[in-house]
Design a protein around this ligand. Structure first.
Ligand SMILES: CCCCCCCCCCCCCC(=O)SCCNC(=O)CCNC(=O)[C@H](O)C(C)(C)COP(=O)(O)OP(=O)(O)OC[C@H]1O[C@@H](n2cnc3c(N)ncnc32)[C@H](O)[C@@H]1OP(=O)(O)O
Length: 156
């Protein structure tokens, strides 16, 4: 049995996001999964994601944290409600606040691992803490406040 990523369960009309949209051919298309109580995603930076030669661009790292965070928030909300992800009515979250600490230079040529922990969960708000590892070393840490997507943002 294949386990679908959180982002594979987003409806097509919400699949355009640069970081996580399954329908964005130029995007990062990150894929997040549960691993026990944590959420996990892997991403291999491409040459165009370079900051200084040999090191990953911080904006890419922030984008990965952003989209792993909003995906984790949606997954956690479904779980807290005892529902299958993707079932209606939809539980969708956007970024209200994103903070990133860059702890160490992140080397190119490695698969990055993002591990998320759900720190707080309310009906309208989920806070996720995410650590980004390269070769097992923590290179960045982010905290993201995710809030239920306003109806006005839903594509018509
Ligand atoms: C199957 C699943 C489908 C999923 C599909 C998903 C598609 C995703 C697509 C990919 C997306 C990828 C990601 C992207 O790129 S998403 C794109 C970037 N994000 C945006 O454009 C969002 C723009 N902002 C807004 O629309 C509003 O400001 C939002 C909706 C965020 C808040 O609106 P509003 O202010 O009216 O909310 P509230 O008053 O009801 O407050 C609710 C709670 O939130 C707390 N709060 C609010 N703001 C902040 C803040 N800045 N820092 C800390 N906390 C904040 C607030 O204190 C309260 O907490 P509490 O008092 O309850 O404790």
């Amino acid at each position: 049995m294949t386990t679908l990523a959180f982002q594979d369960l987003y409806p097509d009309e919400l699949g355009h996001c640069y970081g996580c949209g399954k329908n964005n051919d130029h995007g990062l298309q990150i894929k997040s999964f549960w691993e026990g109580k944590e959420t996990v995603a892997h991403f291999e930076p491409r040459p165009e994601h370079t900051a200084l030669p040999g090191y990953v661009y911080g904006g890419l790292i922030a984008s990965l944290i952003d989209c792993h965070g909003t995906g984790s928030a949606a997954a956690a909300a479904y779980k807290a409600n005892g529902r299958d992800m993707g079932s209606e009515p939809a539980l969708r979250f956007v970024t209200a606040n994103l903070n990133v600490d860059f702890l160490a230079p992140t080397p190119m040529g490695e698969t990055l691992e993002l591990r998320g922990k759900i720190k707080e969960i309310k009906e309208k708000k989920v806070i996720v803490e995410i650590t980004v590892f390269a070769k097992g070393k923590a290179c960045a840490k982010g905290s993201i406040v995710c809030v239920k997507m306003p109806a006005s943002m839903m594509p018509s």
